[in-house]
Design a protein around this ligand. Structure first.
Ligand SMILES: *[C@@H]1O[C@H](CO)[C@@H](O)[C@H](O)[C@H]1NC(C)=O
Ligand SMILES: *[C@@H]1O[C@H](CO)[C@@H](O)[C@H](O)[C@H]1NC(C)=O
Ligand SMILES: *[C@@H]1O[C@H](CO)[C@@H](O)[C@H](O)[C@H]1NC(C)=O
Ligand SMILES: *[C@@H]1O[C@H](CO)[C@@H](O)[C@H](O)[C@H]1NC(C)=O
Ligand SMILES: *[C@@H]1O[C@H](CO)[C@@H](O)[C@H](O)[C@H]1NC(C)=O
Ligand SMILES: *[C@@H]1O[C@H](CO)[C@@H](O)[C@H](O)[C@H]1NC(C)=O
Ligand SMILES: *[C@@H]1O[C@H](CO)[C@@H](O)[C@H](O)[C@H]1NC(C)=O
Ligand SMILES: *[C@@H]1O[C@H](CO)[C@@H](O)[C@H](O)[C@H]1NC(C)=O
Ligand SMILES: *[C@@H]1O[C@H](CO)[C@@H](O)[C@H](O)[C@H]1NC(C)=O
Length: 671
């Protein structure tokens, strides 16, 4: 979270996955109510079953037998045939069956969507819950702490670790919400993954020694994916605990996803720049927990807050800017700065974001001064990124452009007025994803020839599990909170990596990363190039083409030094290309090697997006023909600078397109 300058976060967690069979979900189909049978009435339910990886389930008959094994044992075999409605092959892994509500509940309980219903961890698993092994179950298969000398149990005092863990691998929880907002069924990206938690940070930050110890234990325990919502300043890789520890993990086939950092919008502000890490930036989603600032002149500006008291009546009240005589602290509603300010009583107070004060504390200051409501406005650096916080009074956080208009109205009107309209959850009306202003930016400081961040993921106003309830209810078991940061985007991609690893157990971390990067979409919900909330008016120049979420070519990453001698970083076999023409270089010849993981006979043709500042891009060969699975091929790309056109930055892509697949290799250029 930006205001907390929280680059170091509370817990590191690790995900462990396996491909056994268990119930994914079971829900009533909304059509076809069947006839009644012994007692309860039958309804058609769709039962999703985790796709079996075992070879014994290769044929349709085997699958049918497996699916039938889930039906109630009380049903006779002829009765069973009538109960089975459909046995699915492609659309979902599972079947539809006629069941009574009671039977459906039994199936759900027997194999479980939640914790205890998961299969036990596989034989290779060596981890456990240190301090209290009975707190482990089939969902949480390991928990230990390396913070504070490891002398306390790994309890989550902050909430950050619980939130990131549930984003990656949380089970399905119905009726999840934050103070009634964003309500619905919550689930992590990989709801059936096992979880092991390694606490490496405490209240005051993280020690490199503890991070290394956590990574060491995770490798020893036998995890498959590490989700590292932790980061620090940029250091040479060999002096960076996360980089060195993760390098060891990668060599054991463990995928590591990490946060880009919350130090945007500054250039060169990344954490976790090593080529073997997946570096994840943060973007918005199309859900807002909406509130609107309405001014006396009728103008309205949308923003967000999670605290939406129903008894706030939204009548216009006097609007006031607390800054006096160029006094800075009151403009930021700094704690103590509005003390003794009787002129704020009953008014709507404008506060600026920043100055190291938590947004919620600014609201507390306004409330203490007797203010009725708060409009929180961004500086240019926060752009249009607005955060839904649990404020202590009716409030709305608006973007920089809105804040400027509100301040201008305030300073040019004789009796300015405003109010806040609390509008609840809005899904689908805002364009997303948009890059969050706080998301750290490249270029890669340590290795400019490796493009970082690798990808963006949802990281603004993310609802996930929280260790204490927000409304002081006693039900902490099902409590959720909305928070923001690249700590939130990283576990989304950890979950994606777990799903890919489950579907392709033989894929290396590099292959999984390549699949993620080369299939990522570059367009938003309107089909337009993804924008940046720092400057929502300025768009990135990328291709608009729709990219399927399928891949069949994998760029094989191979880190070779001794065998091939030194190679420049841009020649590392990475699934993206990053070039710097800064030092009077005019030409680059970049090579990449790819492996066919699609159909044996596959034919790909290259499509290049033009890049401003470069002459036309030559790719040799321009066709790749494969006749075998796992067959490899190489291609080289010539980039030549066009001296007449010199933007500071430009981007494009080289895309290999077959009848079925589209594999996009992003290209970024600094001049
Ligand atoms: C261990 O964990 C279990 C399950 O969470 C809990 O019921 C029990 O009280 C814990 N025991 C101790 C000694 O903390
Ligand atoms: C859902 O949560 C709300 C509180 O947000 C509660 O009032 C309601 O009873 C819950 N409904 C169910 C079915 O649990
Ligand atoms: C980052 O660099 C670009 C290109 O030089 C520049 O246009 C932009 O203003 C820089 N961003 C910041 C926040 O300094
Ligand atoms: C705070 O003071 C600095 C330096 O005097 C000034 O540049 C800045 O605009 C002030 N900020 C606000 C929000 O008034
Ligand atoms: C929850 O409890 C705290 C501490 O007692 C109190 O300050 C706060 O107002 C309560 N919040 C709600 C939503 O009731
Ligand atoms: C680029 O490099 C490849 C591989 O080393 C080589 O085959 C090709 O001839 C080079 N192209 C140019 C224009 O130098
Ligand atoms: C691939 O194409 C070749 C030549 O057309 C053919 O002999 C071969 O059977 C094909 N392989 C597969 C797996 O379709
Ligand atoms: C170089 O850029 C200029 C200006 O955009 C353009 O007119 C020219 O065609 C480009 N040259 C080549 C060789 O692409
Ligand atoms: C492709 O390579 C992977 C990893 O080396 C291996 O597990 C798989 O069996 C290979 N597939 C074929 C068809 O050779």
């Amino acid at each position: 979270m930006k205001d907390q300058k929280c680059r170091l976060s509370a817990t590191t967690l690790t995900i462990f996955i396996l491909g056994l069979i268990c119930i994914l979900s079971i829900f009533p189909a909304n059509t076809a109510i069947a006839v009644a049978d012994s007692g309860g009435s039958l309804s058609t339910y769709i039962i999703q079953v985790r796709k079996p990886t075992d070879k014994h389930f290769a044929t349709s008959e085997d699958l049918d037998a497996l699916y039938r094994s889930f039906l109630p044992t009380t049903a006779t075999s002829s009765n069973q045939e009538q109960r089975m409605v459909h046995s699915y092959r492609h659309v979902v892994s599972g079947f539809a069956a006629k069941l009574t509500a009671e039977e459906a509940k039994d199936i759900r309980n027997r194999d479980g969507v939640f914790g205890e219903g998961l299969p036990p961890p596989p034989a290779k698993w060596k981890g456990k819950c240190i301090f209290n092994d009975t707190s482990c179950n089939n969902k949480l298969i390991g928990a230990r702490s390396f913070a504070y000398g490891g002398i306390y149990p790994p309890t989550d005092d902050v909430g950050h670790g619980t939130h990131t863990a549930s984003t990656a691998a949380g089970a399905f929880v119905k009726n999840a919400s934050a103070l009634g907002n964003a309500k619905g069924t919550a689930a992590g990206i990989a709801p059936l993954a096992h979880l092991a938690i390694y606490q490496v940070c405490g209240i005051s930050g993280c020690l490199e020694a503890d991070i290394l110890a956590g990574l060491d234990a995770a490798i020893e325990d036998g995890v498959d994916v590490i989700s590292l919502s932790v980061g620090g300043d940029s250091y040479p890789f060999f002096q960076d605990a996360i980089a060195t520890g993760s390098f060891a993990a990668i060599q054991k086939g463990i995928f590591v996803s990490s946060s880009a950092g919350n130090m945007g919008p500054y250039n060169y502000s990344l954490s976790n720049e090593a080529p073997w890490l997946l570096n994840v930036g943060a973007s918005t989603i199309d859900r807002r927990i909406k509130a609107t600032a309405r001014l006396g002149n009728g103008k309205e500006f949308d923003g967000e807050t999670v605290y939406q008291p129903q008894d706030f009546d939204s009548t216009l009240l006097p609007l006031v800017d607390p800054a006096r005589n160029g006094e800075n602290s009151s403009a930021f509603c700094f704690p103590g700065s509005l003390k003794d300010r009787s002129d704020l009583k009953g008014k709507v107070v404008v506060c600026s974001v920043g100055s190291g004060v938590a947004r919620v504390d600014k609201g507390q200051e306004v409330k203490d001064a007797g203010g009725a409501a708060m409009i929180l406005v961004n500086s240019p650096l926060e752009g249009a990124t607005t955060l839904a916080d649990k404020h202590v009074l009716p409030a709305v956080h608006v973007g920089y452009d809105a804040g400027r208009e509100i301040k201008s109205y305030l300073s040019t009107t004789s009796a300015p007025k405003a109010t806040i309209l609390l509008k609840g959850t809005d899904i689908g009306s805002s364009v997303a994803p948009v890059v969050a202003s706080f998301s750290s930016r490249g270029p890669n400081y340590q290795s400019q020839g490796i493009l970082k961040p690798d990808i963006i993921g949802p990281g603004v106003n993310i609802l996930a599990a929280w260790p204490v309830s927000l409304d002081n209810s006693t039900d902490d078991k099902h409590s959720f909170n909305v928070i923001s940061g690249t700590s939130m985007s990283c576990p989304h991609l950890s979950g994606v990596a777990a799903l890919l690893k489950s579907a392709h157990p033989d894929w290396s971390p590099a292959a999984i990363k390549s699949a993620i990067i080369t299939t990522a979409s570059t367009s938003d919900t309107k089909g337009q190039p993804i924008l940046d909330q720092l400057l929502t008016r300025v768009s990135f120049t990328t291709s608009n083409r729709k990219i399927t979420f399928l891949t069949s070519l994998i760029v094989k990453e191979k880190i070779t030094c001794s065998s091939t001698g030194r190679i420049p970083d841009y020649q590392l076999n990475y699934p993206s290309i990053s070039l710097s023409f800064e030092s009077s270089v005019t030409k680059f010849n970049v090579t990449r090697r790819v492996r066919n993981v699609g159909p044996a006979n596959s034919s790909y043709k290259v499509v290049t997006d033009p890049i401003t500042g470069l002459n036309s891009i030559g790719v040799y060969p321009s066709n790749l023909e494969f006749t075998k699975v796992n067959e490899t091929a190489s291609f080289s790309v010539d980039f030549t600078r066009n001296k007449t056109a010199t933007p500071p930055l430009a981007q494009g892509a080289i895309t290999w397109v077959s009848a079925k697949h589209s594999v996009r290799i992003p290209v970024a250029v600094v001049f």
